[in-house]
Design a binder for this molecule. Sequence first.
Ligand SMILES: [Zn+2]
Length: 490
Amino acid sequence: MYSKIKSAVVVGLKGSVIEIETQISRGMPYHVIVGLPSQVIRESKDRVKSALKESGIRFPDDRITQNMFPAHIKKEGAHLDLPIAMGIMCCMMEPHVDLKEIGFIGELSLEGRIRPVTGVLSLIEGFVEDGIHQIVMPIQNLHEVSGMKNIEVFAYDDLNALLKAVEYGQMEALSVEDAIVDQPVLHKMDFNEVIGQNQAIRAIEISAVGNHNLLLVGPPGCGKTMIAERLRTVLPPLSNEKHLESAKVYSLLGERATAHERPFHAPHHSITRASMIGGTNALIPGIVTRAHNGVLFLDEILEFKNEVLQSLREPISNKSVLLTRNHQSVEFPCDFQLIATMNPCPCGNHMAKDLDCTCNDFEIKRYLNKLSGAILDRFDMLVFMDRVELRDVTEKNRSYNSNLISERISKALEFKRHLETQGTEVEMDGETNANLMRYYNSGKLSMRGHSKLFEIARSIALLEGMETINRKCLSEAIAYQGFHRLKHNL
Ligand SMILES: [Zn+2]
């Protein structure tokens, strides 16, 4: 008696199809699974046996040999319980359904329930890439696949019900294409609650257009956190393609991505290195990957552990993170926008207009040293903020609101896409370019600083709807380069 069942496994975010061959022959009762199964799958033998018994099936008192291939892929995940059980069942009954082109995923409980699994979206992507469009999966994962095209889903929460359907040829596909329409995201906060700080808000707007990493520096109470948090209210929605990428990450973590809203993560400063970049014990994505396609916000960046900040350097440059365990490596994406706040000194009043700093030079130096050059170098824009005096507030200060900013950002991005389809690139006019070269040649700017400056000036031009970067765009971009002022103190 022989059967073949298809399932899939996930490595990183990528799903690959595997096959499970089952052979049952006369002999001493014995159940072996070969083909690089992990510890979890060896345990699944017991779950499968119990689940089949509880579903009223006599577990065969024979030699059961199951082989998973291709052999080189590590078979990991409790979702292989169901295909393992189906392999055994198909040797013992005559299915009235052609199972060759169906993929199976599901964890089994001891009493025969089909429990939800993680990584469903990656698994399904693996099936579809391999030409398998019919999938048997747990009912409780159904919400994750709503709106997906090209698949036919059979969802069950009970092994017995599934076995009966297979035996009598009564499997019914559910329609998942009727996408749940995203409700527009309602934010509880808005930029119109911020008083003054026009430059910082403008910097937020520019940073969102070009995904520039932004550092806000200023005394306590000047509104740094308030402004940084409100970045989420103006981010453009995710494209379908990017939404799927993010949803795969959340699916792997057993969570659901929230509609097409961009991820926004603000971890507490007590976060560990493993939670930040990913755990090497279970190869689970960290906060940087959850923030993929969205924002990572580090409030009071100097409060974070040094090893955590240092661990961010490579993910920020590479836009991906590599986790390694027992010679196995997986790569997760982490293309996020970084936004952070900090005080300029331990008391916070250094460089503030009307406030007295009580720190001495040594204290300030030691404090800023924590923000090593390498991490500081990962920021593209820096804004010094000061406390707003109520007398400075004019009506104009109140004219910022999240809707208007969000519209301007979307318009700039649309303009960018338009230029891309035309094959046009934003260029700098001759005179401005000469100015930039002079600035570069004066030695105040590194190669990296030069390209950062160009990119920020480009985002400003896009916001203005211009194909050419002029002097005004460049001088505004330079205004967000206060790094030497900060570094001066290092
Ligand atoms: Zn101070």
